[in-house]
Every structure is written in C-alpha cells, then in structure tokens.
Design a protein around this ligand. Structure first.
Ligand code: FAD
Length: 884
C-alpha cells in the first residue's frame, strides 16, 4: 500500500529537482549536517552558522516549514497559542512578525517559517527535495557517512536529526486501503492545490487532532460526510480570534521576562500552576475551576484544571465527566453524542484537541458518525467502504490516521553507529537516549526534541530552541577543548531512562494506548516516549549536566587530556515528585528548624501540616485519650470501611521526639488504613525537651499495653496487635518490641518501621551523603537527639535499639529505608541485625526517596508502591498470626 507516497508524488514533491535559492550549499563539505528544515532545522542551521560552523540542512520537502509544509489540510492550525508558538531567540524577529490570530492557520505558520528562512538567508544552506536514507558512523575517520536519495554521500563530523516528531504519517491499517479508485487524501501529505469537496460524498477516517480540525470545514462543502471514528477524543473549545490582549500586554510589558518564564514553565507556556486538588476540592470550587478551564480556550489550561488530574483517576474523571456532559449538551442525537464521548482513556493522556465547531458539526443533516468500536470497517473497496453490513459509496476518502510519532522519522533512516549497531536494532524494544539529545553507541549524532525530552508534551518552539542552544553550546565546548567526538555513557543513559520511567510511573499517561506510548502503530514497542517531568525540570537537568562538566558525556579528541574525558554519572536520582516537593519546600524559604526554639519549630510544622489535604476518607475516625504514665495520651483511631473487628496496629508519629501529635500523620494513616484494611490507633506521646528520654518510650509501651487490653472496644481483634511508626515513632515502635519481649507482653504480631533512627551515635555514611538538602538534615537530627536524650543515654537500647545486646525473638519486621535519608544506613543496619538475630525481616530501600517523602501521600505519588508494600506487610503480620 502506498497511499501516502502516492499523495507525495501527486503534489509533485518526490519528482522535483533539488533546489535552493542560491545553490551554494553544494560548495561546502559541511562539518555538520542537519536533517530537516522545519522549525528545528531552521534554527539549528541559523545558530550553527552564527557560531561559525560549516553546515548544510537537508529536507525531503521542497521548502522550509516541516509540519507546516506538509499538513495543508483544511482547518490545520496550531493548538498552542501563536503568541507562544513562535521563535524567541531574536527579539528583533519577534518585533518583525505579528500573528493575526490566537491560533494561526497553517498558511500563516508556513509563511512565518519562510519569513524566518528569508530573514536569516537560510535557504542557501538547505538542500531541498532530498531524503537522507542512510547514516553510518566511520569510527576511523570520526565522521558520519550520509547517503541521500540523490545518490550523494556526505561526510560531516556531526549529524543532527531535526526530523520532527510528527513527520512520518502512519499508513492506514485498514483492509483494502489501496483499492479505492476515487480521490484519496492524507491530512499529513495534503496537495498544494485547493481541493474542492463541493457536491461530493466524502469519508474522513480518524478523529485525532487533524480529523477534528478538518471535519467541520469538509462538512461545510461536501454533499455528505461520513466520519469513521476508532477512538473518541476529548476536545475543548479553541475560542479562536485575535491574539488575546492579556497575553499581548504581558509580552509587551517585558518580553524577555515572559520568554524566560516560558522556558521555566511546565509545558513551555507561562501559566499559573493550579494547586487545587480535584479529589479534595468542594463541589462549588470544582465547578468553578472546570468552567474556567473550559472557557480558557487553551489546552495547557485544560491540562491543569486540577493539580492532580494527571495523577489520580478520580480527579481526572471529574474533568472527563465535565467534558462528556458538554458533548452531550452540544450534540443533538443522543446516540451520536454517546459515541463521541471518550470513555477509554483519562483526559489528557491522549493529546486532547482544540475544537472549532467539531461537535456542532454532527448536528448537520449531511454528517454521519460511524463508531468503529461498534461496527468495524469490513474493507475499503474500489467505490467506498464496507461497514457493518452496509456498502457506503464515496467520491473521496480523507485519511487522518496520525503519525508514527517520536521515533518514526529517526528509525526510517538506516542509522548505523559504533560496532555496526543500528538505531533500529538498539531501539527495537523502545527508544533509549540520554536527555533525548543523544543515544549511547551513536557518537556525534544529536536528536532535536527526541524521545525522553519534553517534545510533544510541550510548546515545541520552546523545546526546539532549548535543544538547538544546548547542541550549539556543546559543539562550541568541543571546539574550545579540541574534542572531536562526543557520546553519552551507558550509565548516564540508563540513569536518564530510569528517571523518565519514574516520571511516567506517577502519571496516568503511561497506562493509555496513544501515539505518546506507541500504541497507535501496530507492533511498535510500548512506553511513554516524551519526557513528562516538565519543561522546567528538564531544562534544569540539561543545564546541570553542562554545569557538572557535561556529566555523563564522554569526549575524545586530540586536545582532550589523555585522549578521553568523562565525568560519568546520573543526573537525576531523586524521584521526580520528591524533587518537586523539595523545590516547593525550598521556595518557602523557611528558617532551619534547628535554629528555632522547640515551640517555634512546632508551630511552624503545624502550619505546614495545616496546608496539606487530610487524605481520602476511611470508614471512620475517632479521637480519644488513654491513661499514660505522665498523664492522658491522645489517640486517633482509623477504622476501615469494612465491618469490625479488624486487626489493630498501634502507630507512633514522626517528629524527632519533639513535635507532632496523634493526628499529625493523618494523610499517611488514612492511606495505610485504606490500603491495609487494618485498624490503626495513632497515639501521641510526651515530647522533648519538656519530657526527655525515656518518657516517650515509656508512653509508647503503656499505649501498646492499653491497646492490647482494649482491643475489642477499639474495634480490634483481641490478640492481633502490631506496632508501627515513622521516624522517631519508628524508634519508639522498635523499642516497644524489645520491652514487651523482655517484660511480659503483650504479643506483637509485627513491627513496621518507616525510616527509624536506631543508633544515637550518628556516624554513618548516610549522615554525610544525605546530610543536607533532602528535608531532614544531619544538623536537625543532632538537634532532635540533643533535645531527646543526654549524650550519656543515647546508646541506651531504649533510645538506640541497634545497641541492644540481643535482637532475637523480636516480632517479624518490615524496615523501610530511603535512599536520600541521613538515617538510611542505621535503618539498614537494624534490618541486617534483626535478620542476623533470626527475626523474619523485610527491608525495603525506597529508591529516590527522602526521609519524609513516602509519607507525603498527596504530592509524592512515587511513594505509592512503598505505601502499598507497607500495607502488605501489615496484612502479612496478621495472616502469620492467624496461621501460626
Ligand atoms: C497538524 C499539526 C499541528 C501541530 N500543532 C502544534 C502546536 O500547536 N504546538 C506545538 O508545539 N506543536 C505542534 N505540532 C508539532 C510540530 O510538529 C512541531 O511544533 C514543530 O513544527 C516541529 O518542528 P520540527 O522542525 O522539529 O519537525 P518538522 O516540522 O516535522 O520537520 C521535520 C522535517 O524533517 C524532514 N525529514 C524527516 N526525515 C527526513 C529525512 N530522512 N531526510 C530529509 N528530510 C527529512 C521532513 O520532511 C520535515 O520537513 C503540530 C503538529 C502537527 C502535525
């Protein structure tokens, strides 16, 4: 089948000779070849020429523009506002061009690309009508050999793939697609001449962005339009018109600041970040925010109606329901409306579309929707389409079937790197790269907006400019250091891949089959391809890599000392949401807790806690007091929604023995109760320095005994009792286990210790490695110990359980440690010591987490697997009790 190719030749592209304005590209033997002359290729070419490199760009098209050269279908326009979808590298260029609309149409965007090419005299360095078919790395020469469709071989030192993320159309995978004898069009290879559908019976196959854009316009012309929909997509109204005054005012007030804000925004467009969580917001606020998002006429605003809509299905479903109601309210025929309502993916996990009269189009008498989920296409015949027992005749079929996105254009070139490895082979199970800029084994080969960079999850202009600048700077760096070859290391690449996977794992995107995940192309490996950590986070990572002497890149060349230089390593080891949480915390510019008196530190902590949502509801919570050795101790009971009785866990809060209360770990305990199905009683204890060691430990022991005796009243199952705690509370839980073992019970089924301090001498390696910058600092830990315990008491096993003479016969344990916690090593040491003493112990080291992050239920989604395993452990303690 060659539908797409036939369209290319129908518009004459493949047969035209190579052309340039002046043709002088032939004169040079370029040091750099840029493949592609869309926006990425144009800016790369300009930048490298400005930096003094000899460079040639090559494009299969006959002119500049890339996407905007090929996609000429009616209604084609951008879906990022043009005030933002524009180059910012030259303020004079910005002054010289004015966009006519909020969302400019394809002809205007193409004119802009041509304007840029003319302004910087770029065409003389571009070879059009030429495809790069093959690229081979010549190790001995340190050059690429590029073979083109014109039979030439170029041997540049650097090859930069500006081949586009959405430039290789996906052939329609429909039986008989090549049989049709009428007019066939592909939105992504639209002819240059005007196509008139007046009086014709037209089929549009596909309802992604291109389909949704062209359908209203084709419907206005055609005698009859039938739309074949495989997947219903969400669309929000574009509300197109003149460029919004508010945006213009912002730009005019301070253009540089606006562009800078775009560079450090989440998606490449400056926009306030909404911190309201859909799952916790009251109904009135939800409605107000949903309406606001709907009225905004901007995709990025619709992505961010709620802070948690990309994270949690329940929050996302609020948006889905809202849009579905809008569709039902717009489309007159209920069956058609229902078919148009997306139900198989969360909002935003497939690219939503901007709608200019799309849903209203289905109210026209000449438009029919065929839902392929209910009635799949039987075949395309010479005269039309057979579907659900009907043969529908057509004069024209328009395929709006999308792209082999992100990797399609890269693997379409037969690229061979070091040791004969091909890119296609390396990426057979999915693309792998370092920063989406380079891939190990393919020296001097760069990709612009490649997989594992923000790319299609961003305003591409911002991402293109960032990549071009980064690559330009790298080449200059190499020149300055007389390096001839650059390549990422396997370590750096694997680290970045892990980070990308971590980012993907906390969103709903990776679970949806879409072009972002390769799900639209049969046989393509699945996995979220663009980097979803945000434009801002990504840029910071790229800048940091440079700042750390090109961390993870190896340079070789005559000027490189020893022939090779490399500061190897991994740029992002924290979980992405943990990093965000730390940044948010740092942005509060709070005083160091240890610089405050305990009362001040407690007050500050209580204020911070007050800002956080309480967590999802449990069956019931109940507050009370129990008698403690120094007076009543407050407790909060969390009961599951299932009928009582439940196994009972006595929990001790964190807070360095200095602050906190029975309710201070509320969100995590809601979560733990919901997940585990056990009842949890969180008991407060006396705090230091007012009540120093061993008061807290004494209170904890008393509370456990009391809970054991009052299990029935608490809704617990007598005899099924475990202990748990976080941080200082985990220390107390561990100590209680020693004491009940030695002092006559009660029997404890298990101990769940989350980041426990177990040794007061504070000399482990993690105190040094993680001493600052990760929330709990070594200095704060010293402050805590100082308030809790006299130095002489610190190594008492009731303060430092690791120091106990025997750890045998203790209850089964789960010890959770966090990679970036000063307490990591003593937690690990305790787990090892328990195991050595014959205690059944499970140790979980939470990769990329800090001391506090697993407890941040609302904002640290990457803690979910940790919390799930903690809940499993609790259940496991009791299943052992029952069976044993
Ligand atoms: C309909 C549509 C609307 C879009 N709207 C937006 C939007 O609103 N906002 C946004 O941010 N992004 C949008 N995009 C994404 C868009 O692709 C980018 O914004 C941007 O135009 C990409 O520029 P580029 O130069 O990287 O790639 P492209 O514009 O795709 O250019 C790549 C060029 O490389 C050439 N090429 C590829 N392989 C070879 C080869 N082997 N040899 C020679 N030449 C080759 C192609 O012919 C093409 O001209 C849209 C995409 C589409 C399809």
């Amino acid at each position: 089948m060659a539908l797409i190719t036939s369209q290319a030749s129908r518009s004459g592209h493949a047969t035209r000779p190579a052309t340039t304005a002046s043709g002088d590209y032939r004169a040079d033997a370029p040091d750099v070849v840029v493949v592609g002359a869309g926006f990425a290729g144009l800016y790369m070419l300009h930048r490298l020429r400005t930096l003094g490199f000899s460079v040639r760009a090559i494009d299969a098209a006959d002119d500049v523009g890339g996407t905007w050269y090929w996609n000429r279908y009616p209604g084609a326009r951008c879906d990022i506002t043009t005030a933002d979808y524009t180059f910012s590298f030259d303020p004079e260029l910005e002054k010289a061009w004015t966009w006519s609309e909020k969302y400019a149409a394809q002809p205007e965007i193409l004119r802009y690309a041509q304007f840029v090419a003319d302004r910087y005299d770029l065409r003389r360095s571009i070879q059009f009508g030429t495809r790069v078919d093959q690229a081979r790395w010549d190790e001995a020469a340190g050059r690429w050999h590029l073979n083109t469709s014109r039979g030439e071989t170029l041997t540049p030192r650097f090859c930069i793939m500006a081949t586009g993320c959405l430039s290789i159309p996906k052939e329609p995978d429909i039986p008989g697609a090549g049989n049709f004898k009428g007019e066939v069009y592909s939105t992504s290879r639209w002819p240059h001449e005007r196509i008139d559908f007046t009086g014709k019976r037209v089929a549009v196959v596909g309802t992604g962005s291109s389909g949704i854009q062209c359908i209203p316009l084709i419907a206005q012309q055609a005698a009859h339009l039938t739309v074949f929909q495989r997947t219903a997509n969400f669309a929000v109204p574009a509300r197109n018109g003149p460029v919004a005054q508010a945006r213009l005012q912002q730009l005019h007030a301070d253009r540089a600041a606006y562009r800078q804000a775009a560079k450090f925004s989440r998606a490449g467009v400056p926009m306030p970040i909404n911190m309201v969580y859909g799952r916790y917001a009251p109904p009135g606020q939800r409605t107000q925010l949903l309406n606001q998002g709907w009225e905004s006429g901007e995709l990025i605003a619709a992505y961010g109606i709620f802070a948690d809509q990309a994270l949690f299905e329940d929050a996302n479903e609020l948006v889905c329901d809202f849009v579905r109601d809008k569709i039902r309210a717009t489309v007159a025929d209920p069956a058609t409306a229902e078919a148009l309502c997306p139900k198989d993916h969360p909002f935003g996990t497939k690219r939503p579309c901007l709608d200019s009269g799309y849903y209203e189009t289905y109210n026209r008498p000449n438009v029919r929707l065929v839902d392929l989920k209910r009635t799949p296409i039987g075949a395309i015949t010479a005269t039309g389409i057979d579907v659900g027992g009907e043969s529908l005749p057509f004069d024209a079929i328009v395929f709006a079937t999308g792209f082999d996105a992100m990797t399609g254009a890269l693997v379409a070139v037969d690229i061979g790197g070091r040791d004969g490895q091909t890119l296609k082979h390396k990426w057979a199970h999915g693309p792998r790269s370092y920063l989406g800029l380079m891939t190990a084994g393919f020296p001097n080969l760069f990709t612009i907006t490649g997989p594992q960079s923000p790319s299609a999850f961003s305003n591409m202009m911002v991402s293109i400019e960032q990549h071009v600048d980064w690559i330009g700077d790298c080449l200059v760096h190499m020149q300055q250091h007389e390096a001839s070859v650059v390549e990422p290391t396997e370590t750096a690449e694997s680290g970045w891949m892990q980070h990308c996977d971590d980012c993907a794992a906390i969103t709903l995107h990776a679970r949806t089959s879409s072009w972002y995940t390769g799900g639209n192309v049969p046989g393509k490996p699945r996995g979220l391809m663009p980097y979803i950590g945000g434009v801002d986070a990504y840029r910071k990572a790229c800048d940091e890599v440079v700042g750390r002497d090109y961390l993870g890149f190896a340079f070789t060349g005559p000027g490189v000392v020893g022939g090779r230089s490399c500061n190897d390593g991994v740029v992002r080891r924290l979980q992405p949401d943990v990093m965000r949480a730390l940044e948010m915390f740092a942005a509060l510019s709070l005083p160091a807790f240890e610089s405050l008196p305990p009362a001040g530190a407690r007050e500050l902590m209580a204020q911070l806690r007050g800002r956080r949502p309480p967590g999802l509801p449990v069956g019931a919570t109940q507050d009370g007091t129990l008698p403690g050795p120094g007076g009543p101790l407050e407790f909060r009971l969390y009961r599951p929604a299932t009928p009582r009785p439940h196994p009972l866990v006595v929990y001790f809060h964190g807070g360095g023995w200095v602050w906190g209360g029975h309710d201070s770990d509320d969100p995590m305990l809601h979560d733990l109760c919901r997940r585990s199905g056990v009842a949890i009683v969180s008991v407060n204890y006396r705090h230091a320095p007012e009540a120093r060691f061993p008061c807290a430990a004494a209170d904890a022991l008393c509370a456990v005994r009391w809970a054991g005796e009052h299990a029935h009243e608490l809704g617990g199952i007598p005899g099924q009792l475990a202990v748990a705690g976080w941080s200082a509370g985990a220390n107390l839980a561990a100590v209680v286990c020693h004491r009940v073992r030695d002092e006559g019970g009660p029997r404890i089924a298990g101990q769940l210790l989350l980041t426990p301090p177990t040794d007061g001498n504070m000399t482990t390696r993690s105190y040094i490695e993680n001493g600052g910058g990760y929330g709990l600092t070594s200095a704060l830990m010293r402050w805590f110990w100082g308030h809790y315990c006299d130095p002489a008491d610190r190594l008492d096993p009731r303060a430092s359980p690791l120091r106990a003479t025997s750890l045998s016969n203790l209850p089964p344990a789960m010890v959770v440690t966090c990679e970036f916690d000063p307490l990591r090593d003593e937690g690990r040491a305790y787990a090892a010591a328990l195991a050595k003493a014959g205690v059944a112990v499970k140790e979980l080291c939470a990769r990329g987490h800090t001391h506090m992050s697993p407890t941040m239920v609302d904002i640290v989604i990457s803690g979910e697997p940790v919390r799930a395993q903690m809940a499993d452990a609790l259940r496991g303690f009791f299943s052992q009790t029952q069976t044993g």
